[in-house]
Design a binder for this molecule. Structure first.
Ligand code: UD1
Ligand code: PEP
Length: 426
């Protein structure tokens, strides 16, 4: 099995450029379904989730030309199917992002029920309730959700119970061609939603308010293909900033907007991390032990859940005790038990993690519990004494392009290796 090995204790500094955001690229790819023709996406990250979304689009009838590592030409002229099948949805939950675009283009869609994942149940009831308000009817059979809008999608006011990123995106996309105007209240405000609305507006949509809690979409009859650059990945950036905070750095991280990490940077400064902001990135460094600071995850502009594990790794070594509260996913503390194998002292009580900072970590064999937890284990390995082996690295590859190479370029001693799978030896 493939693993990432890390030898701790080497200086880590220099410059790294982040890729386009996974959480935007996937939705932008899905949105090309609504603009029949040749669309070009640039700054697309070369990660496994993007490959899966490529497969979803191809199954629907699109063709994709990979011009270079970060540029995709997606021709959606001949999209003629409206089904996102189980084998792909099960690989990547974000495949459900085609629901809105398929409804907009065909007035119908079949999407396999996504089921839970290692972060929790991850239901799509809010997507369904919102779309029902727009006149979409749902039936479930044989593990598939069948959606249809027999009278077309009809503009309406929708108030989301929670500012769900995925529900906001599906509602925006489904209502682009709706009759009349749709208002989404309590909409998610993440930068990736703004990126999606910007691209749709470039295609000819009429969306206002993206990035605020109230988004208004005036239905238009058609969209035209465009060329669009994916917004920089604030979470990849945050991960390298956490690496600088743990190792001392300095690391200059470019390719993203510092305001997209507003609260993360403020919290890191409160911990003692020095952050120098520029238009397109930051330089992060730290001298000595970080201070313990409480964190709670919330929808944007709150502290992102996708930075929780990396921040827990920082706090595991900080001076003092603090509480991390996870408000988004019910099961996002699995990283805690893995970093405990390296000597961290973390107690979980419901959706709170009580972190007692320790003076050092020791390298160990650990398993990525999920995407960000896996990255956080590699960061922990950078400062642990001895060697750390991180398994289940397919999680990391879902969202980080060339993670090992980028860390090596910063001076870290990190490499991929293949080790015998214990299960195969029995
Ligand atoms: C591909 C992508 O963009 N993924 C991001 C997206 O996920 P995703 O779009 O799935 O996240 P949501 O904001 O929708 O989910 C937030 C919470 O609401 C729950 N929920 C959501 C919808 C619903 O219909 N019912 C329901 O109960 C989810 O289970 C979760 O507990 O936003 C999350 C929150 O910022 C990020 O961590 C993910 O990285
Ligand atoms: C939870 C994440 O992604 P997904 O929604 O694709 O699982 C993430 O990016 O950290």
């Amino acid at each position: 099995m493939d693993v990432i090995k890390v030898e701790g204790g080497h200086p880590v500094s220099g410059e790294v450029r982040v890729e386009g955001a996974k959480n935007s690229a996937l939705k932008l790819m899905a949105a090309t379904i609504m603009a029949p023709g040749v669309n070009t996406l640039t700054n697309v990250p070369n990660i496994s989730d993007v490959h899966v979304m490529g497969k979803v689009l191809k199954r629907l009838g699109a063709t994709i030309d990979v011009v270079d590592e970060h540029t995709l030409i997606i021709d959606t002229t001949n999209v003629s199917k409206w089904e996102a099948p189980y084998d792909l949805v099960v690989k990547m939950r974000a495949s459900t992002a085609v629901l809105g675009p398929l409804l907009a283009r065909f007035g119908k869609a079949i999407v396999a029920m996504p089921g839970g994942c290692n972060l929790g149940a991850r239901k799509i009831d809010m997507h369904i309730l919102g779309l029902e308000a727009l006149g979409v009817q749902f039936e479930t059979a044989h593990g598939n959700i069948h959606a249809s809008a027999p009278n077309g999608v009809i503009g309406a006011n929708v108030t989301l119970e929670f500012a769900s990123v995925g529900a906001t995106e599906n509602l925006i996309m489904a209502s682009v061609h709706a009759k009349g105007t749709t208002t989404i209240d309590n909409a998610a405000r993440e930068p990736e939603i703004v990126d999606l609305a910007n691209m749709l507006n470039e295609m000819g949509a009429k969306i206002t308010g993206a990035g605020t809690p109230v988004i208004e979409i005036e239905g238009v009859s058609e969209l035209h293909p465009v060329t669009h650059a994916v917004v920089g990945d604030r979470i990849e950036a945050g991960t390298f900033i956490a690496a600088a905070a743990m190792t001392g750095g300095p690391i200059r991280v470019t390719g993203f907007k510092p305001e997209h990490l507003g609260l993360v940077l403020k919290k890191y400064e409160a911990m003692g991390v020095k952050i120098e902001r520029e238009e397109d990135g930051v330089t992060a460094s730290a001298g000595g032990r970080l201070k313990a600071v409480d964190i709670q995850t919330l929808p944007f502009p709150g502290f992102p859940t996708d930075m929780q594990a990396q921040t827990m790794a920082m706090l595991a070594l900080a001076d003092g005790q603090c509480v991390i509260t996870e408000n988004i996913f019910e099961n996002r503390f699995m990283f805690a038990s893995e970093i405990a194998r390296m000597g961290a002292n973390i107690r979980i009580e419901g959706h709170h993690a009580i972190v007692h900072g320790v003076k050092g970590l020791s390298g160990a064999q650990v398993e990525s519990p999920d995407l960000r937890g896996g990255a956080a284990l590699v960061l922990s390995g950078l400062v642990a004494e001895g060697e750390t082996t991180v398994s289940a690295i397919h999680h990391i590859e879902r969202g980080y392009e060339h993670f090992v190479d980028k860390l090596c370029a910063l001076g870290a001693h990190v490499w991929r290796d293949t080790v015998p799978d214990a299960a195969d030896e029995d």
